[in-house]
Design a protein around this ligand. Structure first.
Ligand code: FES
Length: 158
């Protein structure tokens, strides 16, 4: 576990009510809740690891696997679903060689499905790194969209 994570935990008092704030802070620093971080939090607060996992799993905000360098989120809200969001997700799974919820072997991308991201007029929509919105997506544009991130040149498409 990183020194940073230990420092984050040490800033809190050892009260059980600090569990959620500690989990949030650790995730903010490390990007996810690693098994080592959970063990350290368990020791620190005197709460079993199982209890921590059951509390944390209840909240969608917590992730237990290391995220990719770029997060790829495919919207499958109603408008995107109707306009072929599933096909876009299929293409991304094939292109990245992962299933939804997984991260690529080189930790470059992780892939998730999400509910409406609020720009239904652009359906179907893919959002990369929280801020890059790719609207009116087609299967044919998936490769080109990913290529910008593979090369590390960032977003250029609309
Ligand atoms: S349903 Fe996809 S943006 Fe609203």
């Amino acid at each position: 576990m990183s020194k940073k994570v230990k420092e984050v935990i040490a800033k809190f008092s050892r009260e059980r009510s600090n569990l959620i704030p500690i989990l949030q802070k650790v995730q903010a620093v490390a990007g996810y809740l690693s098994p080592e971080a959970i063990t350290e939090i368990s020791r620190f607060l005197g709460i079993t690891e199982n209890d921590i996992y059951s509390v944390a799993s209840f909240y969608a905000q917590f992730r237990f696997t290391r995220p990719g360098e770029h997060s790829v989120k495919v919207c499958l809200g109603t408008a995107c679903h109707v306009r072929g969001g599933e096909l876009i997700l299929d293409s991304l799974e094939r292109e990245l060689n992962v299933k939804t919820g997984q991260v690529t072997g080189d930790y470059k991308f992780d892939l998730e499905r999400v509910a409406c991201v609020g720009c239904c007029a652009l359906a179907p929509v893919v959002v990369i790194d929280q801020q890059d919105v790719f609207g009116k997506m087609t299967q044919g544009r998936v490769k080109e969209m990913l290529a910008q991130y593979k090369k590390g040149t960032g977003r250029k498409a609309k």
